[in-house]
Structure formats: structure tokens, C-alpha cells
Design a protein around this ligand. Sequence first.
Ligand code: TA6
Length: 293
Amino acid sequence: MSNLPLLRVIRFSAEIMLYGATIVSWKSPSERLFELHGPLPLPCAMARKPVRGGIPVVFLFGPPAHPEHAKLPQHGFARSSNWSWDNIIKEEGDHVSVTLTLDPTPSITAVYKRQFHLRFVVTLGENDIATELFVQNTSASTEYPPDFLEFQALFHNYVLAPANEVLVTPLQNLFYFDKTESTEEGKSTAKAEKRAGVDVRKFTDSVYENAPGSYEVTWPGGGVAIKTTNLKDVVVWNPAETGSKMGDMEQGGWEKFVCVEPGHVRGYERVAPGLTWVGKQVISVIHNARRHQ
Ligand code: TA6
């Protein structure tokens, strides 16, 4: 019996680029949840453009609105910076964690003067993937008032799904800000979400404030659950045909994904010198996804 070939059940694998600390693939032999279309987006790194797809890490969200963020690109510098490899840890059972870090480089300091240390931890489990962003204020100031680090953070999840059939729950009765009307901070009006299941059949760019923190993204035959810690808001985005104006989106690419992005993006988190904030999400596959009508 001992010469029987070892049967190894390979479940999920993930690919993470040091560039942007972007998860560019999370898949199993039967499920593709966060796989980019086509070859790895290496040209992004050459052009210092963020990766379009996977799970980009957003540190400082949207068009810059904070005085300290005035020179930053949309969605900040983390997703278009080269992160450093820290370590890999095989945890109990079949979990494995990879840690990447980012500290101020000359190109970052040229546009952002604050002192910080970012740690991004990706943990791969049998049926789930977790991402944690640790934001440390490394200011040595002992002045009063404290030299707070003010920031926003978000995981920009591109979930592979048929955009015309996907639904996001539970968002009913929440207030959201509709950025399809105005992207200027504070200019879009708050609307009450009336739908039991939010669809993205048309151009959608909604910022839900003080959301429940746990979501289901479902479509006929599939789905993922997203459970978060310390991420009070969630964004639902799909460009629909406006995606045809995006140079790095393939024709019709908008039909193949929905972005469900947990974060802290309404207002700013504040961390005092020496302290660290952490935001986390755990994404798991829903095998027999029930449909919310
Ligand atoms: O998260 C939604 C959003 O802020 C949209 O407004 C849209 O700009 C999207 O992000 C993509 O942004 P990007 O900078 O990656 O093109």
C-alpha cells in the first residue's frame, strides 16, 4: 500500500505581485475568483500604472481631498509602489501567510511627507483568502496635539462575475453616495438603498457608509462572502460602457466583474504616533449560492 501515489488535493492558489502588493489571482482548479484577464500586467509596473484587476491595495482613496494628499494620484501610491518581501509563515492547519511591507521611498516622499509603515498580510486557507492592512504612524513627535496620521484604506476587489447577473447584499436601507452623479467629495447626495440585492446592470459607483461589514456577492451558480473587520464602508463599482474609455480595460471587460470594495473611505482614520491601525477582510467561496431577489 505504501507505494500508492500520494494524492495531493490542491485547492486554492494565489499570485501576489510585489508591485502594488496586488493579488492578481486567487483560484482553484474549479473556481476562478480574482484572476486577471490575459497575461500578468507587467507593463503596469513599467508604466507605474496600477494593476486593473485582482485586489489592489488602496491607501488614501479616490481623488485626493485631504491637504496632505494634494500631490497624490487617484487612490494613492500604495497600489503603484514596489513593496518589499517580509516573510512567509505556515500557520496551523493548511493556512499560509505572506507579509509584504512598504515604507517611504524617495518617490513617495516627493509627493507625501508623512512618516508611515505599511504591512500587508495575505493568508491563504482551504476555502478562503484574507487580506490585512496594518498602517503604523512612525512619527517620533511627542508634541501636543499628537501628530495624527490621517488616511483612508480600502481593498479594491475585482470579483470575477457576470456583471449583468450579479447581486450584492445586504445593502438595503443603507445610505449611499452616488458618484455617477459627482465624484467631488461631498458633492454627491446621500440616497437610501431600496433594493434587497444591488445589481450593476448599469454604470454604478456607490459608496455605502457605515455598512454591515459582511457581504455576499452572488450570481447564478457562484458567489463569494466577504467578512470584514474595522472597515466601516463599502464601495460597489462597475463602469459599464464608460469602461470603453479606460485605456487598460479590454472591450467588454466591464461585463466580467463587479468591484465590491470594503474600506474606510468616508472621512479619515486617525492614528497617533507609534500606534497601528488594522483593517481586514476574509473572502470565501459560496458553493451553493442562494439568490436574493
Ligand atoms: O472604487 C470605485 C472607484 O473610485 C471609481 O470611482 C473608479 O474611479 C474606480 O475606483 C477605478 O479607479 P481607477 O483609479 O483604478 O481607474
